[in-house]
Ligand binder design. Structure first.
Ligand SMILES: [Zn+2]
Length: 423
């Protein structure tokens, strides 16, 4: 599609965004599951999650929005358009958090959407298409895996029947936990199936780039791809006191040389510091102070925005490891991967255009973290708006963002929604 025009209506909606009201609601939602250290513990389908949902339904009622749900517990707040048959434009994010999460990851996109809908109403606008705000179920995946369940079911990427029997660490099933969620907001009608015309999600960056560069808006072009690999190095256990150097096959020495060589090769291949290479698990056997290590196992988490770079650089891993193996057999295995997600150019251009019209400093950016928007991107033209967060910190109780930046992102959201809903 071609990018819609950002006309006076779009600007009028942005002008009605109320920074203090937005902040107030964010703080109110943060009370549900508030931790002693300024964060939140509001895991999916918990009593706290249900209470936040109840609050959203109350706000919806006070603003005259229609509240709907579905069987995975997504909550939809719908503002009608002139053409009731038209496919809706959607915005939203998630209300669930990590066990030691912050006030803004997810909640910002939901509350920003609510503020945008209120601003559009206060500007006296009627859009051609309906606009729907959605709070997606279980994005974080900390209590029930996998994450992004709500958007996954909505986009047809996951089957509800496969998810309902899954259990948390206490043995409580998704189905049982969902019942508690539905009790908090009884009698909500089911959302009639209708694919969205477009989707935009506002989110804190969860990285340091915008803050470092002093920019307010991240125009998100997509989500980087990732690949997980494991490396197993087999040595030979031997007595630490009696075995001379030449007679050893030390799996740990070989493995550490591999990690150092991989770091060096990727630093050279990536002078702009785009790829993310992490060895996060490292296991040594028999893990005994006086035995030469017989086996080492380590993981590689590899992320990059370009599919070709993932292919090329991950393809070098095995050769680099073999070159450092010092006679130890080595097995490199790819265990999972996700290709980069590229957002719709017209939606991305809409977000960029809105930031420009509103005279907000901005830059194009790729998301390092996964989001519900990745599932929506398979269904409809999709984009995201990032705002800075303090020191790039998230998934942490210290997560923080400024009221001004949060309001700026919401103004871009409101203008973009009006533009998309009128095309
Ligand atoms: Zn999030």
């Amino acid at each position: 599609m071609t990018p819609p025009t950002l006309d006076d209506d779009a600007l009028a909606a942005a002008g009605r965004v109320d920074r203090d009201r937005l902040w107030q609601r964010l703080m109110e939602i943060a009370r549900f599951g508030a931790t002693g250290r300024g964060g939140v513990n509001r895991q999916a389908f918990s009593a706290e999650d249900a209470a936040a949902r109840r609050q959203m339904a109350d706000w919806a009622a006070s603003l005259g929005l229609h509240c709907l749900t579905d069987r995975i517990g997504n909550l939809y707040l719908r503002r009608p358009g002139r053409d009731p048959e038209a496919a809706p434009v959607m915005t939203g994010s998630h209300l669930d958090s990590q066990p030691t999460g912050g006030k803004f990851d997810g909640a910002y996109g939901v509350i920003a959407g609510l503020e945008a809908l209120q601003a559009i109403a206060q500007a006296g606008l009627e859009t051609a298409r309906p606009i729907e705000l959605v709070a997606w179920s279980n994005e974080e995946g900390s209590r029930f895996q996998p994450g992004c369940m709500g958007s996954g079911v909505f986009a047809g990427e996951m089957a509800l029947a496969d998810l309902l029997p899954l259990v948390d660490a206490e043995g409580i099933s998704v189905e049982a936990a969902l019942a508690g969620l539905f009790e908090a907001t009884p009698g909500l009608p089911a959302r009639p199936a209708a694919a969205p015309a477009a989707y935009i999600e506002a989110h804190i960056e969860q990285g340091p780039i915008l803050e470092r560069e002093g920019r307010t808006i991240g125009v998100v072009g997509g989500v980087q791809g990732m690949r997980w690999l494991t490396v197993e190095v087999t040595g030979e256990a031997a007595h630490a006191g009696t075995t001379p150097r030449a007679a050893r096959r030390d799996a740990l020495k070989a493995a550490t040389r591999m990690v150092v060589a991989l770091e060096a090769a990727f630093a050279e291949a990536d002078p702009e510091d785009i790829l993310r290479f992490t060895v996060g698990r490292f296991e040594v056997e028999p893990n005994s102070p006086n035995t030469v290590p017989a086996r080492v196992f380590f993981t590689i988490d590899f992320r990059h925005p370009e599919a070709a770079a993932i292919e090329d650089l991950c393809g070098r891993i095995e050769g680099i490891c073999r070159a450092q193996a010092q006679g130890c057999p080595v097995t490199v295995t790819t265990i999972s991967g996700l290709p980069p997600c590229v957002f719709d150019p017209a939606v991305v251009a809409t977000v960029r255009g809105a930031a420009e019209r509103l005279a907000l400093s901005h830059r194009d950016i790729m998301s390092g973290a996964g989001h519900d928007a990745m599932n929506l991107a398979r269904l409809c033209p999709t984009g995201m708006i990032f705002v800075p967060c303090e020191a790039g910190v998230s998934h942490n109780e210290a997560e923080n963002a400024t009221p001004d930046d949060l309001a700026a992102g919401t103004r871009v959201l409101a203008a973009s929604l009006v533009a998309l809903a009128n095309r």
